[in-house]
Structure formats: C-alpha cells, structure tokens
Design a protein around this ligand. Structure first.
Ligand code: SAM
Length: 276
C-alpha cells in the first residue's frame, strides 16, 4: 500500500500507545480496569468529541445485530462506543499505522473490545467483500481524500442494500485561507476540504439518498469555547487530544477553532441511505 509521504509525516505518532497509558496513569486511571469512557478525551479525534459520536449513532439508529464499519477510525473511539453501547460488531480501518496499532492495544484493554477489529487500509480500497455491512460511519476523514466520488462508490460497494452511511466531516462554508497545520493536514498538499454541495453531488452519484444534513457550527463553536475555558482554568489535562494530534497539536487546535469561529469551515453531519 503506497502512502503519500506528507500524509505519513502528518500522521506519524511514535510511541502513541505508551504515551496514552502514561497519560492515563497521570490522570489517576486504573489501567488494569479501564472502561471505554476513560479513553474518550484522547480517542475521539473530531470536533465535539464523544458527544458528536453519540449524536451520529442516535441518528443512524444503531442496534445490536448490525455490522458497522468505521472508515478512517483513528484511535477507534467511535468503534468502541458503538460496540460497547449497542453490542454491534464493529470494524475500523485507517491508513495511519500508528493509529491502528494503538487502537488495537486500547481495544484489548477495555470492555466491548472483543467486538471490534482494526486493519490498516485505504478508504479507497476497503478490505471487505461486497454487501459486507449494515452501516458505514466516517468522521473527519473526507478532508484528506480528493476523490470523494471514488470514496463513496467504495462505501456503496461494501454496504448492504438499504444500508446507512453517516458522515461527520469538516466542510468549507465560507471564504478565507485555511491556516496550517489543521488536525488533518500540515499543509495544503493533503488537504481536500470541500463544500457540502460536493458531498451531496457525489453521494447522489453513488446511489445514496440523503435523510438529514445538519450544520453543527454552533455545537463546534461551543466545544472549542468550553475546551478553552477549561484549559484556562485548570491547565492542559494530562489526557487530551494533544496526545493523539502529535507535536503540532496546540497550533492545530488554535487554527481549527479560529477557522470554525470565523465560519470559514464548519463540522457538518450527513445521514444517508443506499437505494441499491
Ligand atoms: C482527524 S482523524 C479522525 C479519526 C477518527 N475518525 C475520529 O474521529 O476519531 C482523520 C483520520 O482519517 C484517516 N484517513 C485519512 N485518509 C484516509 C484514507 N484515505 N484511508 C483511510 N484512512 C484515512 C487518518 O489516518 C486519520 O486517522
């Protein structure tokens, strides 16, 4: 599998697993008796954290017998939430090897971990058979992928007829330059941020019918506001996104929160259904 050098450098996270366990210790967690909620401050790498995942799952109507695939799963926070809360069998794929190995190590230590499995793979070549799953989720991943039509065609291929696809991506909603680094890119070469219209056209082209689309801008602004206030009052918590976002984490967070506040970008959720 060929991975773009810029992408590799942006998502390199040496010793991530050790850093997460050290931070869990530092924040007083018993790492021999972890529950999936303990990891939420570090393993939900998207605007709104766990709450955004809860909202997406609710709108997708997940239930026990479903097979769910999370495309670009990162550290797997959403996968473990889906498995532990609804009892689904959940698969996560991600192109970044450091995230996949840490995701597997975390799953081995928490409840519900036996229901999840991870593979390093590209969203554009999913390692699953046709009609493999009932639901596909994708949170904050499309910004790294230039060919969204190819991406949605691949999602369509692995989804069963009538299956649902839940997207929660950052999209362009206004004019203005993107300030780098942002959480998904260190420079423009791996940034393929797109407007909602591009998503909608490509989804239609792949046979999806949109059930709902929600601009979660206010939710995003409130999330960054709260994070800023908590950090000002209590300092940087040992267990936080600065671990999962790597060495430029603070600059990434400042840039993305500014771009959201100025409404250049916004986190948007789309729920759609396959009509094949
Ligand atoms: C901002 S992180 C979000 C991770 C996770 N979805 C979450 O919300 O916690 C973006 C993720 O997308 C993954 N990604 C980007 N392009 C990808 C591709 N073509 N195939 C698979 N994963 C990809 C990255 O490796 C990274 O883990």
């Amino acid at each position: 599998m060929e991975i773009d050098e810029e992408f590799k450098a942006h998502y390199a996270r040496p010793d991530l697993e050790q850093k997460i366990f050290a931070a869990l210790h530092a924040s007083g967690k018993d790492t021999e008796n972890l529950i999936f909620e303990d990891l939420a401050p570090v393993d939900e790498i998207h605007i709104g954290g766990r709450q955004a995942t809860v909202d997406l799952a609710e709108r997708l109507g997940l239930y026990e017998t479903m097979v769910v695939l999370d495309v670009g799963c990162g550290l797997g926070g959403a996968t473990r939430y889906f498995a532990s809360t609804f009892g689904c069998d959940v698969y996560g794929i991600d192109l970044a090897p450091d995230y996949i190995s840490a995701a597997s190590a975390l799953a081995a230590r928490v409840d519900g971990g036996f229901r999840v499995s991870y593979q390093q793979a590209s969203a554009l070549a999913l390692p699953f058979s046709d009609d493999f799953c009932d639901v596909v989720t994708m949170m904050h991943v499309g910004m790294n992928i230039s060919d969204k039509q190819m991406l949605f065609n691949e999602v369509r291929r692995v989804l069963k007829p009538g299956g649902k696809f839940g997207i929660y991506d950052v999209m362009r909603v206004g004019r203005g330059d993107v300030l780098y680094p942002v959480p998904w890119a260190s420079n423009p070469s791996t940034d393929f941020i797109a407007p909602l219209d591009e998503y909608l056209v490509c989804l239609k082209g792949s046979g999806f019918t949109v059930i709902s689309e929600i601009d979660r801008w206010k939710f995003g602004v409130a999330y960054f506001e709260k994070l800023r206030n908590v950090t000002l009052e209590q300092g940087v918590s040992p267990l936080g996104l600065h671990i999962s976002l790597g060495v430029t984490a603070m600059r990434q967070m400042v840039n993305i929160s500014t771009l959201i506040k100025q409404r250049v970008l916004s986190p948007i959720e789309i729920i759609c259904k396959l009509s094949k």
